[in-house]
Design a protein around this ligand. Structure first.
Ligand SMILES: [Zn+2]
Length: 385
C-alpha cells in the first residue's frame, strides 16, 4: 500500500540535501509513503503515482515532534501547589513526594488510564515519539512497575529511580538501592538511565554511581542537569558520553563549551521555567557556540504540566530567542538526536513516515500563532491517527 501526500505548500524535511537550509525546506512538495516509510520526496509536479492520495491543499508538512523528555507515569495532580506558586510561593521540588504517594497508591489500570490520556493528548498535538521516565515509584517494585507500564506506550523508556531521595532513607543508602536491586528490576523495561543531579537531590559522586551502574546493566545515560542552579551535571553528562543533558538552565561558559565540543545534546525544557516562573536557559549562547539543542515538554504534574510541543516551540522562539526554524528543528531532529535515533525527526527517504500537517502555510505559524491548535493531521508510521 502506497500513499501520496501532495500539494504541500511547504515541507520541512530536516534533510539539507533535499531542500533549503537546515530544515531542508521544499515548496509545492509531495511525499510518498510505502509500508510506513518515506519512499520518495520532491516536487509535487514530478511525484510518482500511488495507491492512495492525500491532498494537503497548500498546508505545511513537517516531521512528527520527538518529545525526548517526559514523566508520564504518575497519579494525581498538583494544581493547588501550582496556584500557590503563582501566588508567590517558591518552587522547591518537595511536591514530588505527594506524587510519589499517589502513584504508589494507584492500581496498574489507574496508571494506564493516566498515561494513555496524556499520550493521546500529545499525539493530537503532533508528538509521534514520546520518551517516558519512571521516578515517582522510588521503591524496587514501584519503579519496575512504572517502567513495565511505560513500555506499553513507548520504546523510549528511562529508569529515573534517582529522581529524589524518598522519605526514610539517606541519600547514600538510597543510591545503593538504586544501583542494586532497583536497577536489576527496572533494566529489563528501560533503554536509558537518568539521574537528577542537583543540590538537594544527588551530588556528582552519587550521580556518577547511578549512571555507571546503569551503563553496566546495558542502559545508556542521560542526565537532569543544572536546572535549579549551577552544578556538575552538564560536565558529568559530557564526560560519560550521555545522549543528552536536560534542562541546562544555569550554565557556565565552561559548560557551554563542553556541550559544544561533545555529542551530548542540550535538551531545553522551557515549560518548566514557564510553570515555575523561573529564568529561561541560555539557548542563544548554546546555539551560537555550536551545541546541538533539543526541545521537549518535561510533561510532569509538578513543574511543567504540558504535553504540547507547539507550546514549547512558541516559548523557545519568544522567550529563548531561538528562530522559528531553530525551534522546529530542535523539536523534531534535535529530539531524535537526543534519543540517538536516525529513523525519526526527519522526512528523508527511509525515515519513519511520522508526518504532521498544519492548518497553516508554514512552520513559522507554530510560534506566530501560539496556543492555536494548528496540527490538523498526524500520520504515525504512515497511518492516520
Ligand atoms: Zn524531567
Amino acid at each position: 500500500m502506497s500513499l501520496l501526500i501532495t500539494n504541500l505548500g511547504e515541507l520541512v524535511t530536516n534533510d539539507p540535501a533535499l531542500g533549503r537550509g537546515p530544515l531542508g525546506l521544499l515548496h509545492d512538495a509531495a511525499l510518498v509513503v510505502v509500508d510506513g516509510r518515506v519512499a520518495w520526496v520532491g516536487a509535487a509536479a514530478t511525484a510518482p503515482a500511488a495507491d492512495e492520495r492525500l491532498d494537503a491543499a497548500g498546508r505545511a508538512g513537517l516531521p512528527g515532534f520527538v518529545d525526548s523528555h517526559t514523566h508520564l507515569v504518575f497519579a494525581g495532580d498538583r494544581a493547588a501547589e501550582f496556584a500557590a506558586r503563582m501566588a508567590g510561593a517558591p518552587y522547591t521540588g518537595n511536591g514530588i513526594h505527594a506524587t510519589v504517594a499517589a502513584t504508589r497508591a494507584a492500581s496498574d489500570d489507574e496508571l494506564r488510564a493516566g498515561i494513555g490520556r496524556l499520550r493521546r493528548e500529545a499525539l493530537r498535538q503532533g508528538s509521534t515519539t514520546v520518551e517516558i521516565k519512571s521516578g515517582y515509584g522510588l521503591s524496587v517494585a514501584d519503579e519496575a512497575r512504572s517502567l513495565r507500564i511505560a513500555r506499553e506506550y513507548s520504546e523510549e523508556t528511562t529508569f529515573l529511580g534517582a529522581h529524589v531521595v524518598p522519605d526514610g532513607s539517606t541519600a547514600d543508602e538510597y543510591v545503593a538501592l538504586v544501583c542494586g536491586a532497583m536497577l536489576a528490576a527496572a533494566a529489563p523495561y528501560a533503554r536509558w538511565v537518568d539521574v537528577f543531579c542537583e543540590r538537594n537531590a544527588f551530588d556528582a559522586e552519587q550521580s556518577r554511581a547511578v549512571l555507571t551502574a546503569g551503563v553496566a546493566a546495558g542502559l545508556a545515560p542521560r542526565v537532569h542537569a543544572n536546572q535549579l542552579g549551577p552544578g556538575p551535571g552538564v560536565q558529568l553528562a559530557v564526560e560519560l558520553g550521555a545522549a543528552s543533558a536536560d534542562h541546562c538552565t544555569h550554565l557556565s561558559d565552561v559548560d557551554i563549551a563542553a556541550l559544544a565540543d561533545s555529542s551530548t545534546v542540550a535538551t531545553l525544557l522551557p515549560g518548566a521555567e514557564f510553570g515555575t516562573r523561573s529564568g529561561y536557559p541560555p539557548a542563544r549562547a548554546l546555539l551560537d557556540a555550536g551545541a546541538t539543542v533539543a526541545l521537549a515538554t518535561d510533561c510532569n504534574p509538578g513543574s511543567s504540566y504540558t504535553s504540547s510541543m507547539p507550546f514549547c516551540v512558541a516559548l523557545a522562539v519568544r522567550e529563548l530567542r531561538m528562530t522559528p526554524a531553530e525551534a522546529v528543528w530542535a523539536a523534531t531532529a534535535g529530539g531524535a538526536r537526543a534519543l540517538r535515533r536516525d529513523d525519526i525527526g526527519h522526512l528523508g527517504v527511509e525515515a519513519r513516515a511520522d508526518v504532521l500537517l498544519l492548518d497553516a502555510p508554514s512552520h513559522v505559524h507554530l510560534a506566530y500563532r501560539p496556543g492555536v491548535p494548528l496540527v490538523c493531521t498526524v500520520l504515525l508510521n504512515g497511518e492516520p491517527t
